[in-house]
Write a protein that binds this ligand. Structure first.
Ligand code: DC
Length: 237
């Protein structure tokens, strides 16, 4: 694909359960871009912090954990894998307690500083799709395309509930709804880089839409932007 004069950055932000991971992963595969799950990085720090201090109330300890950790995101035939200080944590970071811990440690400004810096590095010289909460507002405010994926509370909780049930989770639908709402409230109300839609992000409501439909919509946006950039570049040269 023609990516113009410089590499392309696609930012996919939104609340939990909006469909970010599925869409971002497939989009990256289809375009041949690197896929970066920034939530997995906050989850890895959440997991390590939980192991050190389950109460997560020591702000300085959590910050020092972020500074001292090595997080690697690797692609594999079975999907993206996550390594924390060399240990594979792909499965471990998906537990309920780690979801909550990730949301708590992500409010720590030093954790954000360290992870945002690593994320900016990952996208510094190649085509990349990043998914998270602050990609379009903070990590790459100059992204070529910003998409804010959203869905109704009910839809997002339903998706998470089905997903967890398949993995043997024990939370009821109501508990899942409460968990998702609590996490979204915390992610949207924190002072440092809260979850907000960037002004120039394209808003896509995925409620009642199939993944393929959402993907087609975003691919169309990519093509439009690329055609526009190409036109602009040929005008300039
Ligand atoms: O996308 P996720 O559910 O795996 O993210 C886990 C937590 O990490 C989420 O509750 C908020 C936080 N997060 C963040 O603050 N900024 C990001 N760019 C990605 C995730």
């Amino acid at each position: 694909m023609d990516t113009g004069r410089r590499h392309w950055i696609i930012a996919i932000d939104g609340p939990s359960g909006a469909g970010k991971s599925t869409v971002a992963k497939r989009l990256a595969r289809q375009l041949g871009f690197l896929y970066v799950d920034t939530g997995a990085m906050y989850r890895a720090i959440g997991l390590k912090a939980l192991r050190h201090n389950p109460k997560l109330d020591d702000v300085e300890l959590v910050a020092s954990i972020a500074r001292a950790s090595t997080i690697e995101l690797m692609d594999s035939a079975d999907g993206p894998r996550v390594f924390l200080d060399g240990e594979e944590v792909t499965e471990a970071i998906r537990s309920e307690s780690v979801s909550q811990a990730a949301s708590i440690v992500s409010a720590n400004s030093e954790v954000r500083r360290v992870l945002v810096c690593a994320q900016q590095q990952m996208g510094s010289n190649r085509n990349v799709v990043l998914e998270g909460r602050d990609i379009g507002t903070k990590v790459f405010p100059q992204a070529n395309l910003k998409v804010f994926l959203d869905a109704s509370e009910e839809t997002r909780a339903r998706r998470r509930f089905e997903e967890n049930r398949c993995k043997g989770g024990t939370l009821s639908f109501e508990e899942t709804l409460a968990e998702i709402n609590g996490r979204d409230r915390r992610d949207s109300q924190r002072t440092d880089s809260p979850l907000v839609r960037a002004e120039d992000a394209v808003y896509v409501d995925t409620s009642g839409k199939a993944i393929d439909e959402v993907l087609r919509e975003i691919l169309r946006l990519v093509e439009e932007r690329q055609a526009r950039e190409k036109g602009k570049n040929s005008h300039e040269t």
